[in-house]
Design a protein around this ligand. Sequence first.
Ligand SMILES: Nc1ncnc2c1ncn2[C@@H]1O[C@H](COP(=O)(O)OP(=O)(O)OP(=O)(O)O)[C@@H](O)[C@H]1O
Length: 474
Amino acid sequence: MSKQFALVIDDERDIRELLTLTLGRMGLVVETAATVSDAKQRLAGNRYALCFTDMRLPDGTGHEVIELIAAQYPDTPVAMITAYGNVDAAVVALKAGAFDFVSKPVDINVLRRLVQTALRLSEEKKASVDASSAKLIGESQPMKELRATIAKVARSQAPVYVAGESGVGKELASRLIHELGPRASAAFVPVNCGAIPSELMESEFFGHRKGSFTGAHADKEGLFQAADGGTLFLDEVAELPLHMQVKLLRVIQEKAVRPIGARAEVAVDVRILSATHKNLARLVDLGSFRQDLFYRINVIELRVPPLRERRDDIPLLASRILDRLGREADRAPARLTPDALKALQAYEFPGNVRELENILERAVALCEDGSISAEDMRLIARPPASASMPEPAAITQTPTYRPPSPQMPAPEAPGIMLPDSAYSGDLAATVAETERAVITKALEATRWNRTAAAKQLGLTLRQLRYRLEKLGIE
Ligand SMILES: Nc1ncnc2c1ncn2[C@@H]1O[C@H](COP(=O)(O)OP(=O)(O)OP(=O)(O)O)[C@@H](O)[C@H]1O
């Protein structure tokens, strides 16, 4: 195999020597530069599998180097060496196009992992979105742009925050980011932050040692360890309680977790992707989401547009969904009549693609001879989108790299009414009874369309499903 070169740009000799030694042991041929102008010369004369740059250099900044590499040598991953605990610098570097960052004093294990990931990235051919596009269906302009952005962000290690309404494909987009990146061979671990009881969260995320609390019968690995080398997808991240937000921030910054009851921290190498249908910036203003964590997870923001903004995708999506339903039932796929397709194309889809899936699943069961009519779909008439669902004000029409400034509408408070029954004295039972009454009412009002009921309740479908299961509602 041909030699792989690394470039270390730092004016501190100790750091240059440490990195030269460590990278040399990993089989890399290391060249060094002490200034921006040295670095420019080196970059012009050689092709590097990986670069490290310090933040402050005698004749310029590390950001200049990152920007230069991003513009002229985009296949070369560059990592920023930052001062310990300097979150801002790390975030700025990632935004400028750095692949990752390493804090001083340099932890050799963290460095080794970073190098391994970077080399996998270098060796990989250009991420082929076309090969994977079947998973994120849609040929509309917004979808094409979304896929192109995904291919781009897949090559970075920066945290990505995926914004968009419920059922729009945020998890699917996140999976694609994972699959097209250098972590594809490791795990993609999705976690619904809204579905983990608050008291179990720490143990779920970081694991625990046997005997560390009542019920800890054996050592347990946390989600971070399960995602080691891969990606942790924090779905419904807005649901994280404040105490977990503090802990999470620390783990992201330190790249290490301490399982409950353990003495030492365990290094973890995890890329964080997160999503919520809520307006996270608004929650920061309201004080229920920490600004520092918001800033840290929202380095790159990706917006998945709602289905009503890409109606051209509806026929293709519907056809693929019907094909899948046919395969699953071992029958020829059902088809839409022209009227049915027209009705779908005029529909608002508050529950987006997931709602389309639900509508078609129900229609397949109701239709005759495999032909779906407009009536079979039982679409619920709604007021126009502008009345029921205000458009996100400052969100651009197309998905793109953007600084963190989402201005989505505030989460609507569901119109909850307490049941008539008096408070029985058992708080848990009363809460469950109230929940059951409210959910049942919403389900009845939407003719048991769970997507629409979830929307009405201000829940995601997953959160609703979790509650239905918990309350034993069928
Ligand atoms: N572009 C698409 N092509 C094919 N299937 C899609 C697309 N977008 C969404 N889906 C499907 O729609 C369903 C919902 O997608 P997903 O779970 O990714 O949405 P989400 O935005 O994460 O939802 P939530 O906000 O409820 O967590 C899934 O079954 C997914 O496979």
